[in-house]
Design a protein around this ligand. Structure first.
Ligand code: AMP
Ligand code: MG
Length: 339
């Protein structure tokens, strides 16, 4: 299959591919999504096949605005609209009861048979236009091969998906750089199933009490979002995530590791501290947004055969830092080395 590279002016072309059951990688503010009409079971099935995604891992549906909540969900609580008002379009996914009757409704293949559905409204003008023109909810997981770092540019999408999908819509690099926050509104208090671009602090300010899913904080607990139990986001090299108070401790640790085959993912301003090793800075340690924006692209850049291990300087968990650490920890097989 010849994969078309579309520009943002070609939203109608992308929408018509979706309407006719094809797959299009779409830009969002978080990461690129691999979109299909959520109402076409065969197209949704292909998403799982193309990505090599486990069947039990449900998809988020992408909609044009809060009015879609009543269409695809039931028993929608008032606070869903309060959150949509405040954070949509934006990196917040709401888990709500899925309407299972009446036509059309979201098929089980999208929700992996759960009685809930995850819904969000992405903040990217081209993709919002595609969703509106397609006139259907768009099921879209991240546009990468399962297990690999998510894609934040059209080139990265092509790297993983060329020849396997009808089109990639190039909307430039993703602003946030990691996936949306998933908030379960079917429990009380609301629970974060995956940290992301909208922070725990922002949600608490808006709703009062908000919890973190135990699967995020307690080793051995099964996460409620099925996708959070898999190893993820990982380049081929072994990744060691290092938490330490200062740059000097990290530098000394890196020095104790052989140069050959080692890459260091550090913070801006520290690039010269690791002579002999491959060095890449992924953002400012005191500005987690900058780390979020570049972490997946950095992991992809270091995914080359000559690099066998990657040492990563771990940021703090305030704000978006919680999401950055969550993704790095998954890529590191669940471990943080504390020095
Ligand atoms: P991705 O689209 O690749 O970012 O992954 C979507 C994430 O949302 C996965 O971790 C899924 O398990 C999770 N998810 C999707 N639908 C639901 C749902 N109804 N309940 C809980 N988690 C969900
Ligand atoms: Mg994903």
């Amino acid at each position: 299959m010849n994969t078309l590279l579309l520009n943002p002016g070609e939203a109608e072309k992308a929408a018509s591919i979706l309407r006719s059951g094809g797959l299009v990688a779409l830009p969002t503010e978080t990461v690129y999504g691999l979109g299909a009409s959520a109402l076409k079971e065969d197209a949704v099935k292909r998403i799982f096949e193309v990505k090599g995604r486990p069947q039990d891992n449900p998809l988020i549906i992408h909609v044009a605005g809060p009015e879609a909540l009543g269409e695809w969900c039931e028993e929608v609580p008032e606070r869903a609209y309060t959150l949509a008002d405040r954070f949509w379009p934006g990196p917040l996914t709401l888990v709500l009861r899925c309407r299972k009757t009446g036509e059309p409704h979201i098929p089980d293949r999208v929700t992996a048979g759960l009685d809930t559905v995850a819904v969000r409204c992405p903040d990217h003008p081209a993709t919002l236009e595609v969703i509106r023109l397609a006139g259907v909810p768009v099921a879209a997981p991240s546009a990468n091969l399962s297990g690999k770092p998510s894609t934040t540019t059209a080139i990265h999408c092509l790297h993983d998906l060329q020849g396997k999908v009808e089109a990639v819509l190039d909307g430039g690099p993703c602003r946030v750089g990691l996936e949306s926050t998933i908030l379960d509104l079917t429990v009380s208090p609301p629970r974060i199933l995956r940290p992301g671009g909208v922070t725990l602090e922002q949600l608490r300010e808006c709703l009062g009490e908000v919890e973190l899913d135990r699967g995020l904080v307690q080793p051995g607990e099964t996460p409620k979002a099925p996708g959070m139990k898999y190893r993820h986001y990982a380049p081929s090299a072994e990744l060691t995530l290092v938490r330490c108070g200062d740059a000097e401790t990290f530098r000394r640790f890196a020095e104790s590791v052989p140069d050959e085959g080692t890459a260091v993912l550090c913070w801006l301003g520290e690039e010269r501290d690791y002579p002999g090793k491959r060095v890449l800075a992924y953002g400012r340690g005191d500005e987690p947004e900058t780390l979020a924006a570049h972490v997946f692209a950095a992991l992809r850049e270091l995914d080359t055969p000559d690099i066998r291990r990657i040492l990563v300087r771990c940021p703090g968990e305030d704000g978006v830092g919680l999401a950055v650490v969550n993704r790095l920890k998954k890529a590191a097989g669940g471990k943080i080395l504390c020095l």
